[in-house]
Design a protein around this ligand. Structure first.
Ligand code: SF4
Length: 356
């Protein structure tokens, strides 16, 4: 038997009506997880039918030197510290060398904010990768990195994005969004661009016809209301630009971080994925990043509104620095098996959701 409020939300979502902030908050306070899943699946089914998308992709983390020192981050290092690294462009090319043989359709590139790297480094990286692999999408540099590159180069965001696009940038990853609330950011990432600037970078990219993803790092110090407000800010920008492809909720991993505390639970992860699916009615895709969720939970999330399992993710470093216990890559066979077992259809895609 459905709770009164949830049955009202169910009826609304069934006829394609948008739910409000208050309803989003109430969903988070409900413990009727299976009904929340049922509502999320109405949206998922409407947008994606039986399809579950995956991509063969390679992650390249070009540097872990970062000036920001976010307290939830286990990845960044000071320049010269033990374990600090910055790849040369030749080293990046070496990492990408086997791409074609592996059938890679996307190279996903993110790194720290290394003040020593000039704009030319980023341009050359994309230019050489694009020349070597013109058929592979380059999804590179979060909004936080784009802003940092612009500051270092003393250029505007639009100019930086235009030049990066000219040398091969296909799309922007969704990282660095964390939770937009300034209360939260002041505590966990005071040096990072604020939520409004993150959204502005994305809006500028979308206006230049550069698509992007969006994320939310949850399960640290944020309140339910702050989570919902984050989702609504994304929904509002998406109404305006339609430039977001997918939304990826990222559970906080405390291992090796200054912030510490406890990690999220499976219950909270599934609930957050499902409510994201319900609130973000204008996002085509909700993605479970199996690297951070764990493979088994990512598979179960397909019954909680998720329609995308990301990909093979060869070489991921950032989540593993924070204690992610998952392997560093899955094979296509493994991903397909996860999907087929749930009765859904595995569909290979590229960065821009062209299907294969
Ligand atoms: S989360 Fe990103 S910006 Fe923050 S310290 Fe880590 S690498 Fe730097």
């Amino acid at each position: 038997m459905m709770e009164g409020l949830l049955s009202e939300i169910y009826e609304k979502v069934k006829v394609g009506e948008r739910i409000s902030r208050e309803e989003g908050i109430k969903l988070f306070h409900s413990n009727d997880l299976l009904t929340i899943a049922e509502i999320a699946n109405l949206v998922r089914q409407r947008l994606n039918g039986n399809n579950v998308y995956y991509i063969i992709n390679l992650h390249i983390n070009y540097t872990n030197v970062c000036q920001n020192k976010c307290s939830f981050c286990a990845y960044s290092r000071d320049e010269g510290a033990n374990g600090a690294f910055t790849l040369t462009i030749d080293q990046i090319m070496e990492k990408a060398a086997g791409c074609r043989q592996m059938g890679v359709r996307e190279i996903h590139i993110v790194g720290g904010l290394n003040p020593k790297l000039p704009f030319e480094y980023y341009l050359e990286m994309l230019k050489r990768l694009h020349l070597a692999f013109p058929e592979i999408c380059l999804q590179a540099f979060t909004a936080v990195e784009i802003y940092h590159i612009a500051q270092t180069a003393n250029l505007g965001i639009e100019e930086v994005l235009t030049q990066l696009k000219e040398v091969g940038l296909s799309s922007i990853p969704g990282g660095g969004a964390e939770v937009f609330s300034s209360r939260v950011r002041n505590q966990i990432c005071p040096k990072k661009i604020d939520g409004r600037t993150w959204l502005k970078v994305m809006e500028t990219a979308h206006n230049l016809r550069i698509k992007s993803n969006a994320t939310m790092l949850y399960g640290h110090i944020e309140t339910i209301e702050e989570r919902v407000d984050h989702l609504l800010a994304l929904r509002e920008l998406q109404d305006k630009t339609k430039g977001f492809k997918s939304f990826i909720p990222l559970p906080y991993h405390p291992t090796n971080t200054e912030l510490g505390g406890e990690g999220t639970t499976g219950y909270e992860d599934l609930k957050t994925l499902a409510i994201s699916r319900i609130l973000l009615d204008n996002f085509a895709h909700i993605k479970a990043f199996w690297i951070m969720l764990g493979i088994k939970l990512a598979q179960i999330s397909l019954s909680f509104g998720v329609d995308d399992l990301d990909g093979t993710v060869f070489e991921e470093k950032i989540a593993h620095s924070a204690g992610a216990q998952t392997p560093q890559a899955l094979t296509v066979q493994q991903i397909k098996r996860l999907i087929i077992e749930t009765g859904r259809l595995p569909v290979e895609r590229d960065t821009l959701y062209n299907l294969y």
